[in-house]
Design a protein. Structure first.
Length: 400
């Protein structure tokens, strides 16, 4: 899991830094970022498939499982060739991403703000649908499998660790590059275009050319992340590059603060860890946050078990319907589940006497709503009373 988190952090950090350069410093909301990520992945898949097929003389369909297995076997047997191919693909993908960034900058010359963001989202979706329907680029709906790990010759686990280190190293290089670029006079020009484009034009800084250059640089950087994406997942499919990835990158930048490259890194690591922890294969109650909550709940008030009623003390013999409700409330009182004799109207100071006769009392007859709410205060009788043929024992003595 840690190698996966490290690799994805490197990929998302590169994407966040490129988006921060475009949006945080220049004010260009490039919500088509996933399109330029896919450019790098498509270049990686196509170059690997066609190059290895040419080297091995494989003449069948390049997008089948057999062809993917042949590419993996060739990479394991020829480590030098696959490492050199990986380096060449990084350069080619960067150039291809920058070229598509220049093409995407033409709408930026006329649009700004929300309109530019919507147009770039549409560009990304059009590109995804086109690649999915046109098979020669990335295999169409099937995709391109068998993109080998460049360090597959080191073994599965060691190769993944080595690739994670490469991804982190590339993220560090990109961070130093954009940090250096932001602190140069060109970085101040970017901020001036973001704050007031008209003033920049008046001072001789041509804003359209600046926007085109920034989109080209940011798109080329995003294509590097696409190459890492393809070699890490070892497959390239058009449906992997959906707008949700762009919104995740936007959340990283906004979490760390726009125009702050260190903040973009903090947002990238935070969102990556949360995303990977949320995708954990373990059930929710076995994950660390839920496990600690369960332990705290059990130690604090021990409510994980259902409350069981206590055994009634001094229970009537022959009357099993009498229970004690001390376990379900603060007041200890007894409840008789059988019908009681009718109670006089509210406000009368009478009680039931012998042989069903009503006699005067001191006014401590319980009210009906008090009895229902569990607030009954029973008068201590000197001797048990009788009502008809039913024998009612002393209530205070039996409710102890």
């Amino acid at each position: 899991m840690y190698t996966s988190i490290a690799t994805l952090f490197g990929i998302y950090a590169i994407l966040a830094l490129s988006f921060n350069l475009e949006y945080g410093y220049t004010g260009q909301p490039n919500l088509g970022k996933v399109f330029f990520l896919s450019i790098g992945a498509y270049v990686a898949g196509a170059v690997v498939a066609h190059t290895i097929a040419a080297l091995t003389g494989y003449g069948e369909d390049l997008f089948t499982a057999r062809a993917a297995n042949a590419r993996l076997l060739y990479a394991a047997a020829n480590p030098g060739a696959i490492l050199g191919l990986f380096a060449v693909i990084l350069v080619l993908a960067t150039l291809a991403g920058a070229a598509f960034g220049v093409l995407a900058s033409y709408p930026a010359l006329r649009l700004r703000g929300d309109f530019l963001a919507i147009v770039l989202i549409a560009v990304g979706e059009v590109g995804r649908v086109f690649v999915r329907t046109y098979q020669p680029i990335a295999g169409g709906n099937i995709g391109t499998g068998g993109v080998p790990n460049p360090f597959v010759f080191l073994g599965d686990r060691t190769g993944r660790v080595a690739f994670s280190l490469v991804a982190l190293a590339l993220a560090l290089v990109v961070f130093l590059l954009v940090q250096r670029l932001s602190n140069t006079p060109f970085g101040r020009v970017l901020k001036s275009v973001r704050d007031d484009e008209l003033v920049s034009n008046v001072l001789g800084k041509r804003a359209p050319q600046v926007k085109a250059l920034v989109l080209a640089v940011g798109s080329g950087i995003a294509a590097i992340a696409g190459v890492l994406w393809a070699f890490w997942y070892q497959t390239v499919a058009a449906d992997d590059f959906v707008p949700q990835t762009t919104f995740l990158v936007v959340a990283m930048v906004l979490l760390g603060g726009a125009a702050n490259h260190r903040g973009a890194l903090v947002g990238a690591i935070a969102m990556t860890v949360m995303d990977r922890k949320a995708c954990s294969p373990r059930p929710p109650y076995e994950r660390p946050p839920w496990r600690s909550r369960l332990l705290m709940q059990r130690r604090r008030n021990r409510r994980l078990r259902a409350p069981t009623p206590r055994k009634a003390s001094g229970a009537w013999r022959g009357n099993p319907r009498r229970v004690t409700t001390a376990a379900f409330g603060r007041a200890r009182h007894c409840v008789r589940l059988r019908s009681l004799p009718p109670i006089p109207r509210h406000g009368s100071a009478n009680s039931w006497g012998e042989n069903g006769q009503v006699e005067d009392t001191d006014g401590d007859i319980p009210r009906p709503h008090d009895r229902l709410r569990g607030r009954t205060r029973l008068r201590r009788d000197p001797a048990p009373r009788h009502h008809g043929s039913n024998h009612l024992p002393n209530r205070d003595r039996d409710c102890d």
